[in-house]
Design a protein around this ligand. Sequence first.
Ligand SMILES: [Fe+2]
Length: 388
Amino acid sequence: MHVFSLPRLIYYGSGSLDMVGELASSMGWRKALIVTDPVVAGLGFINRVENSLRSAGVEVAVYDKVEPEPLFSQAEEIGRLAQEFKPQAIIAVGGGSVIDAAKGAWVKYERPDYDIRGITPFEWMGIGRKCVLVAIPTTSGTGSEATLGIVLSEPVEGGKKKVALGSPEVVPTIAVLDPELAKTMPRKLTVSTGIDVLAHAVEAAVSSEASDFTDALAFKAAETVFRFLPRAVEDPGDMEARERMHLAATMAGMAFSNSGLGLAHAVAHAVGPVASLPHGTSVGIVLPYVVEYNAARSGEAAEKYEKLLRYLEMMAGVSAGSLAEAIRNLYRRVGQPETVAQAGGDVRAVKTEVERIVDETFQDPDLVFNPVFPSREDVVELVKRMAE
Ligand SMILES: [Fe+2]
């Protein structure tokens, strides 16, 4: 038995942001809580959403303090705010952190008795009785607007520790994909988030839970990255490229939310904080090494990569001897680094912390979906190869 879960409605295209008021009228919302972060709050999009809602007669409250890598306690704080305000919609406007904080807040609002640290796909919570969750991403990358994943953090000595949870019930009810919002992404963020989309698609394609549903989305998302990421990087104002990348991020999210990810994400989650590199950059660095590793050890994975390469040749004009080579060629076009050293990351820390990185890779929930279960030595070797 398998489950496939998706948002119920997806509004997309330029101007879809201004549809929120109309949506509120159709769905009969009287109150809406907007959740965002201080950076997005300064960009003016929140005013557009607010105006659209207010002209539809909706009372609006705004929470604009979501931190990067938000804590469980922050999601609970927003949940308590919702309990007082009693909205019919929580509207998250931002990147993955904002959307994940809003997912946690949604659960807390719907089920004040429930400990959000215990969210699991194996227990039905009964979410959605009080309100809907609307996700409006401002980056084209995490796919959180379409996934069942929630990444929140716990405070630990000297910092934070990320915890990844998931439930089909926390997939946002509605996603609004307006490429105008993604236009504000600077070049480096366009590259790292775009490469993250590719990593989601490639890992979804060979995951142990891949299906016909997820393949269709993963293949199309990979094709879109190869065709449109170079254009979005070269010309930030290329709205066709921005829009296609914005949709690809959601498509890849729909795929991996239902298939799981794999070894590249497990390693990147462990290496990224040690190397001081953003998620997309570190997952991009390790991805071609993982593709080579899986292809050498799993006939089924090798065959799927080959099919993806043939599809990319046909649909995106890709020409390469292997999928790993095609990925590396794309990296050279868009300026994605191929090693931690090239990315300007902390190579020494990666080398000295290699044992801890390997421990964390084996604790990562994404690892179980990889088509090959690696040995400790294999992961040590991967980390060394990606370092420099
Ligand atoms: Fe990712």
